[in-house]
Design a protein around this ligand. Structure first.
Ligand code: AMP
Length: 219
């Protein structure tokens, strides 16, 4: 049983999504990534997805209310004893305050905020080489984690694509937005005594171990 609410914070390309996916399986808890939820809304051509597209394509934050509606839908209704991981949410202090409000109503609180730390140029290299399967959303890297057959998904055997916001200009814009709007969240969670930091530049297994050690220390 893992009853804790965990938020992952870090600039684009630090591997939050990769870790959230593994941990979600290992601890049998849900994970919610607002970026994934927004892209899903866009694929389904919902009004919310279509509205969010212009912000996402230019590397800007989607307005709070759109993201809050998406995340609230997922959290409310979960059994009270079920913990979960939030990846890419909250991204601003106002989202963190709104999250606290939602959780309060559910008798939950943020138990842990994990900061993923990594050098900027290494992050850009990771993101520009990232590819994903348009069907199952599995992610690859053209150098570090290539598919078995040339640019085809190992599972679905269809051509991999690049996220429209994974080009260098938009990546730099997303990073700038992170430093301006999201980085201040670290102070917020430090003040709440729930902030821990991991070195995200090491291997997937090493980062995973760091996070699992932190999870093990939660009470
Ligand atoms: P990500 O998949 O986390 O890199 O997010 C991709 C894009 O979705 C971001 O650049 C934003 O445009 C949007 N997005 C994701 N999460 C949020 C959030 N919590 N608040 C505002 N915009 C978000």
């Amino acid at each position: 049983m893992f009853p804790f609410v965990v938020v992952f914070i870090g600039p684009p390309g630090v591997g939050k999504g990769t870790q959230a996916a593994i941990l979600s399986e290992d601890y049998v808890i849900p994970k919610f990534a607002t970026g994934d939820l927004l892209r899903e809304s866009l694929r389904n051509k919902t009004p919310l997805g279509l509205e969010a597209k212009k912000y996402m394509d230019s590397g800007q934050l989607v307005p709070d209310q759109l993201v809050l509606d998406l995340i609230k839908d997922r959290i409310v209704g979960l059994p009270k004893e079920t913990g979960f991981i939030l990846d890419g949410f909250p991204r601003t202090i106002s989202q963190a305050i709104a999250l606290d409000d939602i959780l309060k109503g559910l008798c939950h609180t943020v138990n842990l905020a994990v900061e993923f730390k990594m050098d900027e140029e290494a992050r850009i290299l990771r993101l520009t080489g990232r590819r994903l399967c348009p069907q199952c959303q599995k992610t690859y890297h053209i150098v570090f984690a290539p598919p078995k057959t040339d640019l085809l998904c190992d599972v679905c055997a269809i051509s991999l694509i690049q996220r429209t916001d994974d080009n260098e200009d938009v990546i730099r814009q997303r990073s700038a937005v992170y430093w301006e709007a999201t980085n201040p969240l670290l102070g917020y969670y430090r003040n709440n005594h729930v902030l821990k930091t991991v070195d995200a530049s090491s291997s997937i297994d090493s980062v995973l171990l760091q996070i699992k050690n932190i999870f093990a220390s939660l009470k």
